[in-house]
Write a protein that binds this ligand. Structure first.
Ligand code: NAD
Ligand code: TYD
Length: 336
């Protein structure tokens, strides 16, 4: 049985991806390697944990010995590297771990891919590597101008991956997706934070003037695009994965209030994020040319996401009562 590795598969996007691929490809053994940091949760994989074509391994992508042991055991054909520190605000507070996991971790995996002759190495990057754009959209050949420690680390990681293609002919493919939303997203990110705060009757802390723009992609559309990239993507290429659903944060906040039928006076302007990127926008014609298109419109996706957080309160309440409490206090103070 051929085996594929999903690093960071206990996180938001990785767990959605693992669930889809384990079901779609029963002939492949899918192995999740995840450190289970504050953001990774084994329960995100509970739907597939008993499947015979799935294994979970707790471990750190920075740990060369452990990574090599795993490659020795499974001889992976393909790797999807989702593992990363991912929250911009945490990267602004403390960049070191981002460099370690996102950049050095990618290097460790690339070395293993080189040694064990992996067929495809898919590096999950982000649209944030381009930096901010006021007008127009970024294409895959736009210059990289990351503006915060998270996006700079992701840029470092994907360029390191590209260097293994150019130098050692490792079949690397890089994807740059826009902002994801959907089930299992840790409630430090805008949409799940606002939904869960709204359910709890707390304020929704909107940074600055609330006019920053993100292009929102439903997580299932993103993971579906990754399967298309695995099948039809070309080595050494970059693929933008966007949704064409650009919204100002203040409009997203309003829509969440409407869906949960709460008073929009709960939306409270707070201090802006340092170096806050104004707008992200992607041209994703290259993905369309591979036959992929996003399917979920934002209204529908948001309604489904709100329902999921309504129905899964135990999941996020457990998170919010742990380490998260201290983080929230640091970020926003008491804001009831
Ligand atoms: P997440 O924070 O929810 O999950 C990250 C996962 O990586 C967690 O399970 C965590 O435990 C694991 N991890 C962290 N450090 C590790 C290490 N050293 N070794 C092994 N595992 C480790 O993140 P996410 O939102 O699911 O993002 C996944 C990937 O997609 C990231 O690479 C991110 O940069 C990229 N991405 C995210 C978005 C988005 O909107 N969320 C958009 C584009 C790209
Ligand atoms: P976030 O979900 O952190 O994603 P990213 O910074 O990677 O795009 O933030 C999305 C947008 O929402 C971004 O413009 C910052 C803003 N934001 C708020 O206004 N309030 C918040 O509490 C958070 C977490 C984000």
């Amino acid at each position: 049985m051929k085996a594929c590795l999903i690093t960071g598969g206990a996180g938001f996007i990785g767990s959605n991806f693992a669930r889809m691929m384990v079901g779609r490809y029963p002939e492949t053994h899918w192995v999740v390697l995840d450190k289970l940091t504050y953001a990774g949760r084994k329960e995100n994989l509970s739907e597939i944990e008993k499947k015979s074509n799935f294994s979970f391994v707790r471990g750190d992508i920075v740990d060369t010995k452990q990574v090599e042991r795993l490659f020795e055991e499974y001889r992976f054909e393909n790797i999807f590297n989702f593992a990363a520190e991912t929250h911009v605000d945490r990267s602004i507070e403390s960049p070191g771990q981002f460099i370690m996991t996102d950049v050095y971790g990618a290097y460790v995996l690339l070395e293993a891919a080189r040694k064990y002759e992996v067929k495809k190495f898919i590096q999950i990057s982000t649209d944030e590597v381009y930096g901010s754009i006021n007008e127009g959209s970024f294409s895959e050949s736009s210059p990289l101008m990351p503006r915060n420690p998270y996006s700079a680390s992701k840029a470092g990681a994907e360029r390191m991956a590209y260097s293994y293609f150019a130098t050692y002919q490792i079949n690397v493919i890089i994807t740059r997706a826009s902002n994801n939303y959907g089930p299992y997203q840790y409630p430090e990110k805008l949409i799940p934070l606002f939904i869960t705060n709204a359910i709890e009757g707390m304020d929704l802390p909107l940074y600055g003037d609330g006019k920053n723009i993100r292009d929102w992609i439903y997580v299932e559309d993103h993971v579906d695009a990754l399967d298309v990239v695995l099948k039809y993507g070309k080595s050494g290429e970059v693929y933008n994965i966007g949704a064409g659903q650009e919204l100002e944060n203040r409009d997203v906040a309003q829509m969440i209030c409407q869906q949960l039928e709460i008073d929009p006076t709960h939306i409270k302007p707070v201090k802006d994020r340092l170096g806050h990127d104004r707008r992200y926008s992607l041209n994703f014609d290259k993905m369309k040319a591979l036959g992929w298109n996003p399917k979920k419109d934002f209204q529908t996706g948001l309604a489904e996401t709100v329902s999921w957080y309504r129905d899964n309160q135990e999941w996020w309440k457990r998170i919010k009562s742990g380490e998260y409490k201290e983080y929230y206090q640091r970020m926003y103070g008491h804001q009831r």
